[in-house]
Structure formats: C-alpha cells, structure tokens
Write a protein that binds this ligand. Structure first.
Ligand SMILES: Nc1ncnc2c1ncn2[C@@H]1O[C@H](COP(=O)(O)OP(=O)(O)OP(=O)(O)O)[C@@H](O)[C@H]1O
Length: 292
C-alpha cells in the first residue's frame, strides 16, 4: 500500500471506530460496569449464551419479562415474534447497550456479560449486525474488509503495515463466502442492498466472532438474495453460533430445515419454542403473531 492509501485507511479506521462507539453509546440507559478481567469464554459445557430471568423496564413498562434463553455453541437459532415483543431489547442486553434490572447473562460458562462494556463484549467475540447496512460506501469492497480486519484487536499492531499473506487469504476466503469475490474492487456504494448486507456480515466475520446476532438480515432483499443469505448462514453454522431475528417465515424455514429450534418472543418472554412447524401450529403463537 502507498503511504497515501495507508493514511486514508487510518483515517477511515478512526472514523469507523468513532462511529461504532457513537452507535454503541446511543442506548437509553448507561450500563454500570465493574472492572472485570475477561479471558476467553469457556464453551466446554456446549452453551454459548445463557440468559436467565432477564427483566428490562422502561418507565415501568416491561420490555423483557423474566426472559430465559440458551443458545448452544455452533447453533443457528431463529427468534420470531410480533413488533414490540422485545427482540431488539434482548440483543441490546446481550451486547451491553442496555443493562437489565434483573437477571443474569453469560457468554460461555464463565463470562458475565452484565459486567462488561459494549466494546469489551465485541472484543470477546459477540458481533452484531443491525438491520440497516453500514458499510463505507466510498471505499471498495476489499478496503471495507481490510478496515474491519485491522479493527480487530489482534491486528491493531499491523494497522500501518502491509497485509500479511495470511490476512490476504482471510479476506479472499471471506469474499468468496459472501459471494463478493468478483466485486472485490467495486466501490461499496455501488453494490445492491443485499450485497451491502453481505459485505457488512463479511466485515463482522473478519473479527472472527463466536456469536453473531443478526437483526432482520433479509429485510429488503430480493428472493434470490434471501436464498443466498440462507446458504451463507447455513455455511457459518457450526463454526459460529448465530441468533437471527426475522419476520420472513420462508427464510426462517430455509434456515431451520424442518428440525431446528425456533423461539417465539411475546411481551418480553418466551411464548413458545420448537420447530417452525410446531410453533406455527401453536394456537397462542397464531393468535399473537402468525395469524394476524
Ligand atoms: N428506550 C425505550 N423506551 C421506552 N420503551 C422502549 C424503549 N425501547 C423499547 N421500548 C419498548 O419495549 C418494547 C419492546 O421493544 P423492542 O424494540 O425490543 O421490540 P421488537 O421485538 O424488537 O420489535 P420489532 O419487531 O418492531 O423490532 C416495545 O413496546 C417498545 O416500545
């Protein structure tokens, strides 16, 4: 890379970091954090994420009401539920944006998420994709991935250095995975909506998250893009744990393949859990959500 490009890259990285902390700071309540040294999550028991009796109130209104949820290591879990059920609030709790009034949340068996800051939670391997894609429109697809890679704590030292062969390989593999290899040099702003979503997922993957939280990832996508996104998520399953919040039942059906567990949230609690067919046949679920 030329010095000019390196300087431009460093500036973009600074913007990226400032933007992330701005996004993260926009929660309605400030978490009260202790100083906790956090190591690697311990997944020996097979559980990646464990929420127990999580309650969040906004001016007396319970957005989450004793919510319990366990996600296994490598599991792909779809979460569905009507508007206002608490899906976003749940993700806010997991990522440290909102601090609950009560309950416990752990990553692996050893990391108490409620004592960590948002940045720390991202650094220990929880990545979140918001509904709207936020890529650097003026940079190429490749540069977007490069910046994401260099935002990783393990690569900070190499911010001003050339990409190593290993890093180039990682970017190449990710480009292939997100179906954007032919678009590597294309300006991200010229991509379709679906391609931008994939690029942002690729940017998250550059940081090798253990758990990925994806909020309505196929909203606004074409049918073909939706199918490709399902393929992408299925290829990530096993290597990462994925929590996907979606309203698109066809997509949920493609992801769950007839056998995986779906969780239905309603009024801040789990209303039902089971296969998609199970929950679609559940009278309570039909009444509050699917039948409308
Ligand atoms: N900062 C807040 N202040 C007051 N009420 C809030 C706040 N954030 C969320 N709520 C309320 O909490 C409830 C749960 O909201 P949440 O956004 O978590 O639902 P959701 O399941 O993600 O809905 P959607 O499918 O529409 O995204 C809603 O009734 C919402 O109005």
């Amino acid at each position: 890379m030329t010095p000019d490009l390196m300087a431009a890259g460093a500036q973009k990285l600074a913007e990226f970091q400032a933007k992330s902390s701005q996004d993260q700071g926009s929660g309605d309540r400030e978490a009260a954090y202790g100083r906790l040294s956090h190591g690697e999550p311990d997944f020996a028991h097979g559980v990646a994420l464990y929420l127990e009796d999580i309650t969040v109130s906004f001016d007396g209104f319970r957005a989450l009401n004793k919510l319990n949820l366990a996600i296994n290591v490598g599991e792909l879990r779809c979460i569905i539920g009507p508007n206002g059920a608490g899906k976003t609030t749940m993700m806010d709790v997991i990522t440290g944006k909102t601090r609950p009034d009560a309950g416990t949340a752990s990553f692996g068996s050893n990391i108490d998420l409620l004592r960590l800051r948002e940045n720390d939670i991202a650094q220990i391997g929880i990545g979140r994709k918001f509904q709207k894609p936020t890529v650097y429109e003026q940079l190429s697809v490749f540069e977007n991935l490069e910046l994401a890679l260099k935002n990783d704590r393990r690569a900070r030292a190499s911010l001003f250095s050339r990409l190593s062969g290993e890093q180039l390989d990682r970017i190449g593999e990710t480009l292939q995975l997100i179906h954007l290899l032919p678009e590597a040099q294309r300006t991200a702003g010229l991509l379709s909506h679906g391609q931008k979503q994939w690029l942002e997922i690729g940017m998250l993957l550059m940081q090798d998250p253990k758990l990925l939280l994806l909020d309505e990832p196929v909203a606004g996508m074409t049918d073909e893009e939706t199918e490709r996104t399902a393929e992408l998520f299925l290829s990530l399953e096993g290597k990462h744990s994925l929590v996907v919040v979606e309203h698109d039942m066809k997509f949920v059906g493609e992801l769950t393949q007839g056998w995986k567990k779906v969780t239905v949230l309603h009024e801040g609690s789990v209303l039902a859990e089971g296969t998609l067919a199970d929950v679609q046949a559940n009278d309570k679920v039909v009444e509050v959500y699917l039948g409308r």
